[in-house]
Design a protein around this ligand. Structure first.
Ligand code: ADP
Ligand code: MG
Length: 263
């Protein structure tokens, strides 16, 4: 089981869209995938048609030591399961603070999630205790970066946080990749941003990029990933390509890191 955190403290860069659609693409390819929604805004939850008011959800798992298996729900995609979030998560960071081993609550909970090939953790847009829980629980981080001006702003802080977690909480933590999202091929600015991010992180940026596509923005309001909402769209193909590329990247990592943090 490989655990991947999808993180960037900037909001609106495509974390949730990537979590849902890479998760669905891998499930379509036969993997068993679990998506853990760690964001109080619960966009991954509603984007997969699940209720934000489930009594069994990530809040109980993190704060009440409820078994994660009791919180898992199915989604419209065969092979893709979800641990939903909800508004009670708004206070979770504060409530976690006084708890013993507060950075490891998710890591411990995920020990109870068996039979999954890949677990995605959709992080909130901050570097607080919830994101630290995701980084402490995962094998590697996937960083979506929007193709817009200021794309690199904040990345240094994110990389510092990842490094601090690697040193103090999770020594196997790696960065899997940076994925460029919302590319507008008609826009010269997108091109410049892509060049700049590539120059800074030549090894990390994926070959696959996600285009800006209205269908991707529409799909969550129907509770569906793009593979079910508009299977033949270029956006569906882009996410399928990205899923394949990430699988290949995971396979080429050193064996010791595979399945590392949560063996
Ligand atoms: N490639 C894309 N093309 C068009 N709209 C997108 C794309 N990716 C995300 N969006 C939309 O942009 C908004 C922010 O995306 P989201 O995935 O929720 O970002 P984050 O989770 O980082 O806050 C959402 O309304 C989403 O539907
Ligand atoms: Mg989000």
């Amino acid at each position: 089981m490989t655990v991947l955190a999808i993180s960037n403290q900037k909001g609106g860069v495509g974390k949730t869209t990537t979590a849902i659609n890479v998760g669905a693409a891998l499930a379509n390819r036969g993997q068993r995938v679990l998506l853990v929604d760690l964001d109080p805004q619960a966009n991954a939850t509603s984007g997969l048609g699940a209720s934000k008011d489930s009594p069994n959800a990530i809040y109980g798992v993190l704060l009440k030591e409820q078994p994660i298996t009791e919180a898992i729900v199915t989604t419209p995609v065969e092979g893709l399961h979800l641990v939903p979030s909800g508004p009670d998560m708004a206070g979770a960071e504060v409530e976690l603070t006084p708890l013993m081993a507060r950075e490891y609550r998710l890591r411990q909970a995920l020990r109870g999630a068996r039979g999954y090939d890949t677990v995605f953790v959709d992080c909130p847009p901050s570097l607080g205790l919830l994101t630290i829980n995701a980084l402490a629980a995962c094998d590697a981080v996937l960083i979506p970066v929007q193709c817009e001006y200021f794309a690199l702003e904040g990345l240094a802080q994110l990389l510092d946080t990842i490094e601090a977690v690697r040193l103090r909480l999770n020594d196997l933590l790696e960065i899997l990749a940076i994925v460029l999202t919302m590319e507008d091929r008609r826009n010269r600015l997108s091109e410049q941003v892509i060049d700049e991010v590539r120059r800074h992180f030549p090894k990390l940026v994926t070959r696959s990029r996600i285009p800006r596509a209205v269908r991707l923005a529409e799909a969550p309001s129907h509770g569906l990933p793009i593979s079910l909402y508009d299977r033949h769209s270029s956006a569906a193909k882009a996410y399928d390509d990205l899923a394949r590329e990430l699988s290949a990247r995971l396979k080429s990592r050193a064996p010791i890191a595979l399945g590392g943090a949560i063996a």
